[in-house]
Design a protein around this ligand. Structure first.
Ligand code: FAD
Length: 379
């Protein structure tokens, strides 16, 4: 198991925490209010090398273990979940190439992803194919040395600001999920457009888009790995990414807990700080313990991913399930501790509660996490 007490990890988290406190905390409320992608923070993460954490050294990055991506996303989400999605989304878009790509593809795309020269998104979901991604309608047809892509992807994180999208499309619909292939599609290709920029309940600074592909022609060399392996690459990508969402959930929960503790110490009712009432103190105790329990699942899942352990799908789903439910409960309780003030947009509680909700939905809903976990148990 990862020990957060190693000097390297302690130093990494310490530096991140300082950066987040100085640069992300002051921007978080404004990002939510304006619903704008924080280009300044994208540049900051770029300069500090955070995009390289998911890319191995031989492909231009600085990957030292999955825990580093988890920790970076957790620390940023403590202040602002929208901003944490800049780092998370980049890893998610890149992972299909890392998992299935040829050596030449990894060498081509790795450096541009890790330096942040390009933003890359992950395009799996469609209006008619959410949890059941095998029901996708997007098609890719090979013509000579090109593929022609037609279809619509929806709810794609960073899609509206991306330079590259890893797109999943049917190359042979008669084979079901074995007929799905993955492609790298540049967003300047003719026929590509952003049809909708979604308006959302939370993570308002994270652009979510509906993307349309109309006779988009890409060179055959943009096929990731092999034809028919796209579904496997997508599922393995989600196995890698779910603990990162778990870390994001732990981050927003930790942020809410920190605000709740501060509030419980300062707010006086009946002549004493409300934290001195057992009813509030015990809520804080539950919140802290549940976050720590969720976090240890996340770190264990990250370790299993590095080891390529066969139990990684189980723990990856379990870590996201537990951490996202914890985030929802903790952010709701934190708001309750702040009473009427918690409900006001002047305080961060309601933003954190709105942002926490998404962790129970994307990268597979928690119902789907239970499906994966129970399948693993019943194998
Ligand atoms: C803000 C946001 C960002 C996103 N980013 C991305 C992205 O970057 N890339 C991408 O490809 N996708 C992305 N998604 C899509 C996301 O992964 C899907 O929304 C999610 O997987 C659920 O699909 P759906 O919304 O179509 O819900 P549905 O699949 O229609 O599910 C509706 C309900 O039915 C339940 N359900 C479905 N099937 C079952 C079952 N077998 N058993 C029990 N219950 C079931 C679900 O749990 C849910 O409660 C994003 C979504 C959002 C909201």
């Amino acid at each position: 198991m990862y020990l957060l007490h190693t000097e390297e990890l302690k130093m990494f988290v310490g530096q991140l925490r300082k950066m987040v406190d100085n640069k992300v905390v002051p921007r978080a409320a404004e990002i939510d209010e304006k619903g704008e992608f924080p280009w300044d923070l994208k540049e900051l993460f770029q300069e500090t090398g955070l995009f390289g954490l998911a890319v191995p050294e031989q492909y231009g990055g600085a990957h030292q273990g999955h825990i580093y991506t988890c920790l970076a996303v957790e620390e940023i989400a403590r202040a602002c979940v929208s901003s944490s999605l800049i780092v998370q989304g980049q890893a998610l878009g890149w992972d299909p190439i890392l998992i299935g790509g040829t050596e030449a593809q990894k060498k081509k795309y790795g450096p541009m992803v890790s330096t942040g020269e390009v933003i890359i998104s992950f395009g799996l979901t469609e209006p008619g194919a959410g949890s059941d991604s095998g029901a996708m309608a997007t098609r890719a047809v090979k013509k000579g040395d090109k593929y022609i892509i037609n279809g619509t992807k929806c709810f794609i994180t960073n899609g509206p600001v991306a330079n590259l999208i890893t797109v999943f499309a049917m190359t042979d619909a008669s084979k079901g999920v074995k007929g799905i292939s993955a492609f790298v599609v540049p967003t300047d290709a003719p026929g590509y457009s952003v049809a909708r920029w979604e308006s959302k309940m939370g993570i308002k600074g994270s652009p979510t888009g509906q993307l349309v592909f109309e006779d988009v022609e890409i060179p055959a060399e943009n096929l990731i790995g092999q034809e028919g392996k796209g579904f496997v690459y997508a599922m393995q990508t989600l196995d890698r990414s779910r603990p990162v969402i778990g870390a994001q959930a732990c981050g927003v929960a930790k942020g809410a807990l920190e605000h709740a503790i501060k509030y419980a110490k300062e707010r006086v009712q009946f002549g004493k700080p409300i934290g001195n009432f057992q009813g509030i103190g015990w809520m804080l105790a539950d919140m802290a313990s549940e976050i720590d329990a969720a976090r240890s699942l996340v770190y264990q899942a990250a370790q299993l991913i590095d080891e390529d352990n066969p139990n990684r799908s189980y723990l990856s789903a379990a870590s996201k399930l537990v951490a996202s439910n914890t985030a929802m409960k903790v952010t709701t309780d934190a708001l309750q501790i702040a009473g009427g003030y918690g409900y006001m947009t002047e305080f961060p509680f309601e933003r954190m509660m709105r942002d926490a909700k998404i962790t129970q939905i994307y990268e597979g809903t928690n119902q789907i996490m239970k499906l994966i976990i129970s399948r693993e148990l019943l194998k």
